[in-house]
Design a protein around this ligand. Structure first.
Ligand code: PRX
Length: 635
């Protein structure tokens, strides 16, 4: 990729132009130069956003683990691939070299095979941030099984919905996990979830916290003894470029979570190429992304992107506040981290703490600092720039999505001049478009609209598992012949992009995408609740918090509202997870509805945000009197 490592702005524009004028030539050169193919492609790209159908590198054969592991062994065998920093700061960090990773992945792959897992089977992974998580992803990829990682903070119901949706045969989990001073009994959550998952025949259990757990005979197996007996050689399954690599669920504004399907070759090429450029990674660097591998950021920029580059990637099991708010900075000092990638919600939490937590540590190894997951507000940007980047390491504010697979709009460090809160310029090959509500593309600068992408890039998700129609409706039907992101954005006078936030009913809380519908469905399960509606309100650490309007079945329900609030949050925790708990709950006699029965969320949003003088026309409501009641409740 040496030809296309972007080092200065003119080069960026030059390469960008090439990538847009001759996308196939460009992406062919990138694919040629740096990857190991068992067979080259017949065709670089074929696409039709109307169907929609997108294929990159069709006809090529490869295995992504040969690219992430095997081809590094000759030159980097003894280099640390994974640097594991445990939750407990007194526990020793573990360095797993590429040679060791190779053996561990092969052993795990052989265990999966012994359990009857074959190419194309779905494997659910529900693990904390321990090395077995990365190893299990790669073991699946080695044998052509499709991994579906479920974030280990999700509840048993959320887990079982995902297991059933993609018909997983096996679950990989651990006895439990550490989270600061707490432990969580993951296996219990799995047991509960599996009560409704009849297709799962095997559960492999990693021992992490040494807790007493129940093992169901015939189904549950400790992983370690199986690994001990497995060979550390496993021939990679030779895969087609467009075979599925993984499924990862993301929330939609309605309905159940969407299992986004990413395919092998395009995803590999794009995550590797973006990683190299976005982090300006050099051979000796130590790179740390603080995300959980349960999310796309972890898939693309802890596992696949870094390993495809032969990088040293840190994985951290703990939380930012344990044993105190100096932990991240201590890790940076200890491992001399060069590139650090985190989320605005974490930055805002740090900014609230005493600066001594930062000042105690030497952060001079840092060269690039990144942000991802939600818009970074100006105050947080400056705090990050002043105290972590020390005004010398550029901040890359990277905009992208589970669906995009890799970073789409972002400054390239030391190349693109940054401006607080601006994701700045599209990455090489990315063609954004801003659209007005009538479906016209807004041409020129100083415009604001809905953010679309008008040309495919290699790592775009190819479908929603089991529901191609929903894929089409969600992403390709709002605007003709364009991929619609669900975000709003503006383009300033210089052509820089600033993401303004979601324009649908997805609310980002602490960087987690939450659809309103599943939360409302959970609340409505409470026997006293008739109906509910959720909106977002600003929160100074989480970015957004959830505000719930709840209608009780019996008006004037005599039960203590405080208890009801607790019960509602309990139900949400059980159905989705604690991340979806409501910050505030307002009980009401009704919701504002249009004559066709649709909830007017715009009004609810404005009232919850104290913007009551600007409600617009409420006379078309079926029940305009309700507005007054809602306002009184908020005041
Ligand atoms: O609204 C955008 C926001 O996060 C959404 C995607 O969330 P998810 O699929 O969970 O992936 C998050 C990690 C890639 C986007 O539609 N978002 C992500 N990054 C940014 C952002 N909003 C503003 N600025 C960002 N840098």
């Amino acid at each position: 990729m040496s030809n296309y490592n972007i080092k200065h702005l003119e080069e960026y524009f030059k390469v960008y132009r090439k990538s847009v004028r001759e996308p196939e030539v460009f992406w062919e050169e990138i694919a040629e130069e740096h990857f190991l193919w068992r067979k080259k492609w017949d065709n670089v790209l074929s696409w039709d956003f109307k169907k929609p159908e997108i294929k990159w590198y069709a006809g090529a054969k490869l295995n992504i683990t040969e690219n992430c592991i095997d081809r590094h062994l000759r030159t980097r065998g003894e280099k640390t691939a994974i640097l594991f920093e445990p939750n407990n700061p007194n526990e020793k960090a573990e360095h797993i070299t590429y040679n060791q990773l190779s053996k561990k992945v092969n052993q795990f792959a052989n265990v999966l095979k012994d359990q009857g897992i074959k190419k194309g089977d779905r494997v659910c992974i529900y693990l904390p941030m321990i090395p077995e998580l990365v190893i299990s992803l790669l073991a699946c990829a080695r044998i052509g099984a499709i991994h579906s990682v479920v974030f280990a903070g999700f509840s048993s119901t959320a887990l079982s919905t995902r297991i059933n949706d993609s018909d997983c045969k096996i679950v990989i989990t651990s006895d439990g996990s550490y989270r600061g001073r707490k432990t969580i009994n993951l296996k219990e959550i799995v047991d509960e979830g599996l009560e409704v998952c009849k297709g799962v025949h095997t559960v492999l259990v990693v021992k992490r916290i040494n807790s007493e757990i129940k093992m169901l005979k015939g189904r549950d197996k400790w992983l370690q003894p199986l690994l001990n007996n497995a060979s550390d050689e496993c021939e990679p399954e030779i895969m087609d470029s467009e075979d599925a690599l993984f499924i990862l669920y993301t929330s939609g504004s309605t309905g159940k979570p969407k299992g986004m399907v990413h395919t092998i070759a395009g995803y590999m090429v794009y995550t590797a190429y973006t990683f190299k450029n976005m982090f300006q990674y050099k051979e000796e660097d130590v790179y740390w992304c603080t995300a959980d591998i349960g999310w796309i950021t972890g898939h693309s920029y802890i596992v696949y992107g870094p390993l495809a580059n032969g990088a040293t990637t840190v994985m951290f099991e703990g939380i930012p506040s344990f044993p105190d708010y100096g932990r991240f900075w201590k890790i940076i000092e200890k491992h001399k981290i060069n590139q650090f990638y985190t989320a605005p919600t974490a930055i805002r939490a740090f900014a609230k703490q005493n600066l001594k937590f930062v000042e105690n540590y030497n952060l001079s190894s840092l060269k690039v600092i990144g942000s991802v997951g939600e818009p970074i507000n100006e105050e947080a940007w400056h705090w990050y720039n002043d105290n972590i980047g020390k005004k010398k390491s550029p901040i890359i504010d990277t905009w992208w999505q589970t669906e995009t697979g890799g970073i789409m709009i972002s400054p390239i460090p030391y190349v693109t001049p940054t401006i607080p809160t601006y994701a700045t310029l599209p990455f090489i090959g990315i063609q954004p478009a801003l659209m007005d509500d009538e479906g016209n593309e807004l041409i020129g600068n100083q415009v604001e609209g809905k953010l679309c992408v008008k040309f495919p890039w290699p790592s775009i998700a190819r479908t929603i598992w089991g529901n191609h129609r929903r894929y089409k409706e969600t992403y390709f039907s709002t605007f003709r012949n364009k991929y619609f992101t669900g975000d709003g954005a503006l383009r300033d006078a210089t052509g820089y992009y600033r993401i303004t936030g979601r324009v649908d009913d997805v609310i980002i809380v602490s960087g987690h995408n939450l659809g309103t519908a599943p939360i409302e469905d959970a609340i409505n399960e409470h026997p006293a609740v008739a109906e509910s509606a959720i909106v977002g309100i600003p929160h100074d650490i989480k970015g957004n918090a959830l505000y719930g309007y709840v209608i009780l079945k019996e008006i004037g329900e005599s039960r203590n509202h405080e208890n009801l609030r607790k019960e509602i949050n309990q139900i949400i925790t059980e159905h989705i997870g604690p991340i979806a708990k409501l910050e505030k709950v307002q009980f009401l006699s009704g919701l504002p509805k249009t004559r066709s029965g649709k909830i007017m969320r715009r009004i609810l949003r404005k009232i919850a945000n104290n913007d009551v003088n600007n409600l617009g026309d409420t006379s078309t409501l079926l029940n305009p009197e309700i507005v007054k009641e809602i306002i009184q409740g908020v005041m």
